[in-house]
Design a protein around this ligand. Sequence first.
Ligand SMILES: NC(=O)c1ccc[n+]([C@@H]2O[C@H](COP(=O)([O-])OP(=O)(O)OC[C@H]3O[C@@H](n4cnc5c(N)ncnc54)[C@H](OP(=O)(O)O)[C@@H]3O)[C@@H](O)[C@H]2O)c1
Length: 170
Amino acid sequence: MSRLAVLVPGGSGQLGQDLKAVGAERDVAVRATSSAELDVTKVGAVLEGVTELVETARAEDRTPVVINAAAYTAVDAAEDDEQRAFAVNADGPRVLAAMCSSRRVPLIHVSTDYVFAGDATAPYEPDDPLGPRSAYGRTKAAARTPSSAPAPTPGSSAPPGSTVPAARTS
Ligand SMILES: NC(=O)c1ccc[n+]([C@@H]2O[C@H](COP(=O)([O-])OP(=O)(O)OC[C@H]3O[C@@H](n4cnc5c(N)ncnc54)[C@H](OP(=O)(O)O)[C@@H]3O)[C@@H](O)[C@H]2O)c1
């Protein structure tokens, strides 16, 4: 199997740090970025990060992959800041998906059990109906459903550093 080069937005968090540690043990080149280095809500920053990943992978004969570990995970704070949580948890993955798709890079995104209602009597399966009961859950669930807004494209008018269209509450 080809060696991997992995970009991990949200790389300063719990999952990101674990991915970095696992990568170091397995000859996986992991670039784990903080939000200051790569803000997933900024089209230009994401495009730049994915483009750099592709170039690095090509130079090192590796297969490029993005694993999204970026998230607004402050569950209680999200109740009062759902717009910001939505921007990171729902718009961010859409920006990543659009830029990865444009560069033909596989994207792995991580969801959460908060997208479910939590009253099931059996363990949840990934495709079970969604039923979030919190702002955090709503924003994470929104990342799993298609947006009616046009997907951002590398050729869109959004200049580097600009944010995605106004965040919505659900
Ligand atoms: N930990 C769990 O038990 C658990 C369980 C189920 C699912 N998950 C899912 O796993 C994923 C990672 O969770 P985690 O536990 O690692 O969370 P975490 O420790 O809170 O890390 C999330 C990271 O996202 C970054 N971030 C926030 N806003 C960002 C933005 N606009 N652009 C780029 N990065 C941004 C933060 O980076 P900075 O600090 O640099 O701002 C933070 O380090 C999430 O999708 C979460 O829903 C986690």
